[in-house]
Design a protein around this ligand. Structure first.
Ligand code: SAM
Length: 225
């Protein structure tokens, strides 16, 4: 898979992909990622990428021309399976969308800034509009990092244990059961006996029951989906 991310603050995207699982996925060649500074396609001597909004009002808007030129250059040789604009008014990102996107070969993510991007780029280029929740961030970079992380960890070979992602919350509309590690007793709190029993079918049954109980308590909406 290849992911291109378009940003006016590319520095914000450095850290998430330079450590831990995502860095290893890139190093192993399981995913490639390129961050594009929109300012390289800015207009004039000042490499202008934003302008006042028509109709007045506070806040700048990312202009159509630089985005259009960058998207044209990115898709000249190979089209993208999805061109995603991160935006609070998009469809709320979830695990099922991450599963679907993990099968795509090429994704372009557009990070907005200020008041957002010129609507005509959304009309002409964008195939998916995605929100990471009902709140407003200053820019799309954190949202792009969240979306990319949730996709990349599903690519076969990225996690050491292939089955691990399948047991995570939301994969089968259940939340994950509680987990424990050593010591078996901590400040008077003991690890449930069954987890120390070595009886794997009993452990599996306990985990399923706990996942169901936790989902019923915290997210009953998942069970009705
Ligand atoms: N004026 C926009 C609105 O009210 O919908 C908010 C613009 S926000 C300050 C700047 C950029 O941050 C957006 O263009 C988008 O790329 C990103 N962003 C902010 N909140 C987001 C969210 N919940 N999900 C995804 N992206 C978000």
């Amino acid at each position: 898979m290849h992911i291109d991310i378009i940003s006016v603050v590319p520095e914000l995207l450095e850290s998430p992909f330079s450590h831990s699982i995502l860095m290893r996925a890139i190093d192993k060649g399981l995913v490639s990622l390129k961050i594009h500074d929109l300012r390289n396609f800015g207009l004039g001597n000042y490499r202008q990428v934003d302008d006042y909004q028509f109709g007045g009002g506070a806040g700048m808007v990312l202009m159509a021309e630089p985005l259009d030129q960058l998207l044209t250059s990115l898709t000249k040789e190979q089209s993208a399976d999805a061109i995603v604009y991160l935006t609070p008014d998009g469809e709320t990102w979830n695990q099922s969308m991450a599963n679907g996107f993990s099968l795509k070969e090429r994704i372009i993510l557009i990070c907005g800034h200020y008041k957002g991007i010129d609507q005509r780029i959304r009309d002409i280029w964008v195939t998916h509009e995605v929100s990471i929740g009902d709140y407003v961030l200053s820019g799309g970079e954190l949202a792009a990092s969240v979306v990319s992380d949730s996709i990349i960890r599903l690519i076969p070979g990225v996690l050491n244990d292939a089955g691990s992602a399948l047991n995570d919350s939301f994969q089968d509309n259940l939340l994950a059961p509680p987990v424990y590690t050593r010591p078996s007793e901590f400040k008077g709190h003991k690890v449930p006996e069954v987890l120390l029993s070595g009886n794997f079918s009993a452990i599996e049954a306990w985990r399923e029951a706990e996942a169901l109980r936790r989902t019923q308590e915290r997210r009953p909406d998942l069970l009705s989906d």
